[in-house]
Design a protein around this ligand. Structure first.
Ligand SMILES: Nc1ncnc2c1ncn2[C@@H]1O[C@H](COP(=O)(O)OP(=O)(O)O)[C@@H](O)[C@H]1O
Ligand SMILES: [Mg+2]
Length: 225
């Protein structure tokens, strides 16, 4: 049987105010595949991603995710904490207590993977939005993440950097056997994934071939306008 990178069975979650935002969700992402999670604002995408990352505890259900898990937020300014590119990626390795030479090697390898090796000493504030997202991804690569969860990583990017980022993540997933789940509502990004899930009001209402889901959503959009 094919290995599974992310597996969720009958997952439920409610906020303390009683609002039920994840309803009996079940999904599977095969190891080494790049899947996307679609849905309108408030449908529960970020909540589901946080549950997968272990940042929230489910009310009931099963979650199995290969570890380590990397998480990339919509706004990199909420994620990057150190003054420079290299220091930020190294910071994520502190817990592993590696010798300094091993840390340097991991940082350089990860920055190479996202094409930022030449910017290792660059201050974070001097980066573009797309470069910041690549630093966040390098942090996950340096920690040797098996699973990469990305919550609307292109929301703040211009269209060119948006498509660069999604193509870059696809390359990383395919070259390293990483399993990735990418949240988006931009339909053009669907061209890069292996499959997609559609979340509506906390329920998974469709999943599978990306082009079919794209077609379904384009019809909904044109009916609405
Ligand atoms: N920290 C929170 N406390 C209470 N309710 C929340 C919190 N975060 C999100 N919600 C609610 O959960 C629902 C799903 O939100 P979210 O997962 O952020 O959706 P999406 O990412 O698809 O836009 C929304 O109704 C939102 O208002
Ligand atoms: Mg969200």
């Amino acid at each position: 049987m094919a290995q599974v990178g992310i597996e969720v069975k009958d997952l439920n979650f409610s906020w303390p105010n009683g609002e039920k935002v994840i309803k009996s969700c079940s999904l599977e992402v095969p190891k080494g595949e790049f899947w996307m999670l679609l849905g309108t604002n408030g449908s529960g995408k970020s909540t589901l991603l946080r549950l997968l990352a272990g940042l929230l505890a489910p009310e009931s259900g099963e979650i199995r995710v290969l570890h380590p898990v990397g998480f990339v937020f919509q706004n990199p300014d909420h994620q990057l904490v150190m003054p420079t590119v290299g220091a930020d990626v190294a910071f994520g390795l502190v817990e592993e207590k590696l010798p300094p030479a091993a840390t340097r090697a991991r940082v350089e390898e990860a920055l190479g993977a996202v094409n930022l090796l030449t910017l290792q000493r660059r201050p974070i504030y001097a980066l573009s939005g797309g470069q910041k997202q690549r630093v966040a991804i390098a942090g996950a690569i340096a920690r040797r993440c098996e699973v990469l969860l990305l919550d609307e990583p292109t929301a703040l990017l211009d269209p060119d950097s948006q498509l660069d980022l999604v193509a870059g993540v696809r390359r990383l997933v395919k070259s390293r056997g990483i399993t990735a789940l990418w949240v988006t509502h931009r339909l053009d990004e669907l061209n890069y994934c292996d499959g997609a899930f559609l979340l509506e009001k906390g329920s998974l209402v469709d999943s599978g071939e990306a082009q079919r889901l794209k077609q379904r959503l384009m019809e909904v959009h044109s009916e609405a306008s």
